[in-house]
Design a protein around this ligand. Sequence first.
Ligand SMILES: [Zn+2]
Length: 192
Amino acid sequence: MSVLQTLKERSGDCCELCKSTTELSQYTIPPSLNENVDNDVLICKICLDQIEERTDMDANHWRCLNDSMWSEHVAVQIMAWRMLQRLRNEGWPKDLLDMMYLSDEALALARATGEDKDESEKVIHRDSNGVILDNGDSVVLIKDLKVKGSSMVAKQGTAVRNIRLDRDNAQYIEGKVDGQHIVIVTDYVKKT
Ligand SMILES: [Zn+2]
């Protein structure tokens, strides 16, 4: 069964965050590099657009997290936690966060995208042109890159999809080249 089908089955064909049944799609929570049901949630377009900041946040829409934060699925818990963090200045999300339970492992992953940090303390990653990079972005290498600890050379022009940012160091991102997980210096990449 495909990941999408599994998601549809477990959710009863509705958005796992707000229960909407329209325009659903599979969403891989950043910074996951692999698609599997543990990293994915089924979400609607309204949730997706706000998560990806394509539209303004509608705080009231996210009252739905009151229910979905109790999901048994870790990926759903993580997305609920991240959105509550983004909205914490509204007040009520803080109360929900206080009630929420995440395992240590899930909490570490939930924090990986820095939603719980204030803007000023966020680590900002920029490509060689100064363009801001996000988890999940695609980049190309602008020079040949020796891969540490192997004889592999990642060639200039190689595309790296679905990158993840090193949350402590603005100069490093990670991604997969030829199936191998590598660390790349941001000066060597261009966002596509
Ligand atoms: Zn939704």
